[in-house]
Every structure is written in structure tokens, then in C-alpha cells.
Design a protein around this ligand. Structure first.
Ligand SMILES: [Zn+2]
Length: 238
């Protein structure tokens, strides 16, 4: 029997599925938090951090984790939420850029973090998408956004990034300071967008319209940054 000129239906179906998944992955993935987009060639492995270096951050992380503002998307098991605090690490690396401690990549799902879950950003280059890290693990995939905030305003010492659908939607509805829908996280565009917002504000909240559920709080001190998130949590729900 002569073979049909139509494509094999099974093969066609698989091709369509593959193409759909590719498009989703590249353009539509709503939770790409786990993907490190920055150049990580300058990662230097070190021992775990001592408790006094991260305990202040961990206190707030504990509160935010219990409210599920930090956590893990299931079933994908992609962690979300990352916290940082400006530090001086000039004894490790000389630079004029801000330096900070930040939660490590893919730690969102862990209820408690220890010294091997925090790491140090010693330097960065926003234009080159480069982050120089020294610690027990690589920095959060959103480290460059944190870096941009610190660079954008020298009075800001704390940056918290959380996820919450209710807060995100509520903030968009009420026109809180926002980064545009076209701007995905972890990009130079995002860095510039947050800098525009923080340059004249040392305390506040940002809703990232192009990063589903993504909200940032920033302040000169940790309690202020944390309380801003508790306020919107109370206002809009978790
Ligand atoms: Zn995020």
C-alpha cells in the first residue's frame, strides 16, 4: 500500500508538544526564579558563614517563611524569596561597589537556613551581568537586582524579595511603585528599573509586574524592610 503523504499523527503531536514546551520555557515560564541568569564564572567556594554574620537576616527569614512569603513552588520544587543585607567585605575584595550577604540559590524551600545557605556578593557588574561571589554556595538568582538597589541608593542597607500572589495583585491594583510588565527578573532592564525607583527613596516597596508574585522591600534597616512586608501581608492577605 502506498504510504500517506500526511505526517505521522503521533510524530506531529510530539512535535507540537515539544514546540509548546520550548515556547513556555523561553517566553512564558512564570516561575523562573531558580534559573541563574548572571555570569557565575567568578564564584569562589569558601567555608560556611559564622552565625553572627547572618543571624539578623535569619530572624526575619523565619517570620517570612512561616507566612509562605518565602518558600517553594510545587511540584516544580523551585524555591522563591531571597533576602540580603549590605556588608563590608573589603578585607576579602577591594571594590567601590556595594557588597552584601544574600541567601543562596535554591534555598527557598528550606524552613531554616544555616551558615552553608548564605553567601557573599563581593562585587558585580550590572552591564556585564556579572556577580563575584565568595561563599559556600552560589548567590540567589536575583542577586543582581539586590545589587542594583544598593547601588541605586547608598542609604539602603536591606533588600527583601518575596513572592505572594495576593500581595502582588493588590499592589498592582493600588498602583504601588512598579517595574514594567515587559521586564523579567535578573536582567539589566530590571536593574535599571529598580534604580529609577530607589534613587529618591530609601524605604519602600516595589511590585515587579514582569515577575509573577514578585515584590521587593528595601530600607536602611532590617526591621523597617520586614515590617513593610507585614503591612502589605495584612492589607492584601498572604
Ligand atoms: Zn522572585
Amino acid at each position: 500500500m502506498e504510504s500517506t503523504k500526511f505526517p505521522n499523527p503521533t510524530k506531529l503531536f510530539i512535535s507540537i508538544l515539544t514546540y509548546r514546551n520550548f515556547v513556555r520555557k523561553v517566553y512564558m515560564c512564570p516561575i523562573d526564579d531558580g534559573v541563574i541568569k548572571y555570569d557565575r564564572s567568578q564564584f569562589e567556594l569558601s567555608n560556611a558563614l559564622m552565625a553572627d554574620e547572618f543571624s539578623e537576616l535569619e530572624k526575619w527569614r523565619d517570620t517570612l517563611y512561616k507566612l509562605k512569603l518565602i518558600g517553594e513552588y510545587l511540584p516544580e520544587k523551585i524555591g522563591y524569596g531571597n533576602l540580603s543585607q549590605r556588608k563590608e567585605y573589603l578585607f576579602l575584595h577591594k571594590t567601590e561597589n556595594p557588597q552584601f550577604i544574600i541567601t543562596g540559590t535554591q534555598t527557598g524551600g528550606l524552613p531554616t537556613l544555616f551558615g552553608d545557605h548564605y553567601t557573599r556578593v563581593l562585587d558585580f557588574d550590572l552591564a556585564k551581568n556579572l556577580v563575584k561571589v565568595k561563599g559556600p554556595l552560589e548567590a540567589s538568582s536575583e542577586a543582581l537586582t539586590h545589587a542594583a538597589v544598593y547601588e541605586g541608593n547608598t542609604s539602603i542597607n536591606v533588600v527583601f524579595h518575596i513572592h505572594s500572589t495576593a500581595i502582588w495583585k493588590g499592589m498592582i491594583k493600588e498602583n504601588y511603585p512598579a517595574t514594567a510588565k515587559e521586564i523579567p527578573y535578573g536582567t539589566l532592564d530590571m536593574a535599571q528599573a529598580v534604580q529609577n525607583i530607589v534613587k529618591n527613596n530609601d524605604t519602600g516597596l516595589i511590585v515587579m509586574k514582569g515577575h509573577d508574585d514578585g515584590v521587593i522591600s528595601f530600607a536602611p534597616d532590617m526591621d523597617t524592610a520586614g515590617k513593610l512586608l507585614l503591612e502589605v501581608y495584612d492589607k492584601f492577605g498572604g
